[in-house]
Write a protein that binds this ligand. Sequence first.
Ligand code: HEM
Ligand code: HEM
Length: 187
Amino acid sequence: MDKKLSLSYTTIALHWLCALAMLAMLGVGLYMVRFEAWSFYPWHKSAGVILLALMLARAAWRIRQGWLPALGAASRIEQGVAKAVHWMLIIGTLAMPVTGMLFSGASGHGFGIFGIPVVHEQHDPVHPGQVIPYSAAWAEAAQLMHAWLGYFLIAVITLHIAGALKHHAVARDGTLRRMVGAHIQSR
Ligand code: HEM
Ligand code: HEM
């Protein structure tokens, strides 16, 4: 159970697991598209499908527990911005794997979990080596959403990290230390 002066191990573990996973997936996604690293694609898709389960567990935990109580003397506006950013991060972590699966599925490339197919590839019998989309319109829309949501999330995460560092270095209110497991002295 999260308390004002100390957070539960579940909150801390879920936060850092999801944070590291999201940063790695964003990095790998950008890298494989820019450098046409085709061998990364199955890995990116498999990890993304598995991560959706983790992200769902995390979102359910946060909704059940409620938002973390603010430490220090944050204004109502600052608290509102932090809450909006946290909502965007939670929704973004769910929307990225969903749009990825929608794109890979609809485009006919398919996806699976480390060799176990979830949506099969749809091969073109006339042009071997090419695939036929199940829905070209959905594939195009989902591809755009997956990419733009990724860029948007990078901006939101940057804002989130800047906020955490400001709490730590300027306000010195223990917000970051609480997220790494410290028990904060009452203030
Ligand atoms: C944790 C979730 C995920 C994150 C953070 C993520 C992030 C990204 C990013 C940043 C890109 C580069 C986009 C671009 O610059 O065009 C990308 C590309 C891609 N992702 Fe994901 N992804 C996730 C999950 C998935 C899943 C679950 C699938 C499919 C099952 C998937 C399939 C793809 C594919 C096929 C591309 C290449 C798109 C292209 O060639 O235009 N992703 N991903
Ligand atoms: C180095 C990177 C990061 C640092 C230093 C950091 C730090 C923090 C801190 C200190 C809090 C507590 C805020 C409070 O008490 O009000 C927090 C909460 C949160 N962070 Fe991060 N964070 C990082 C990366 C991420 C990433 C990559 C994501 C998701 C994509 C994320 C999602 C969240 C969410 C949703 C919360 C709300 C509380 C919760 O549900 O756990 N964080 N973060």
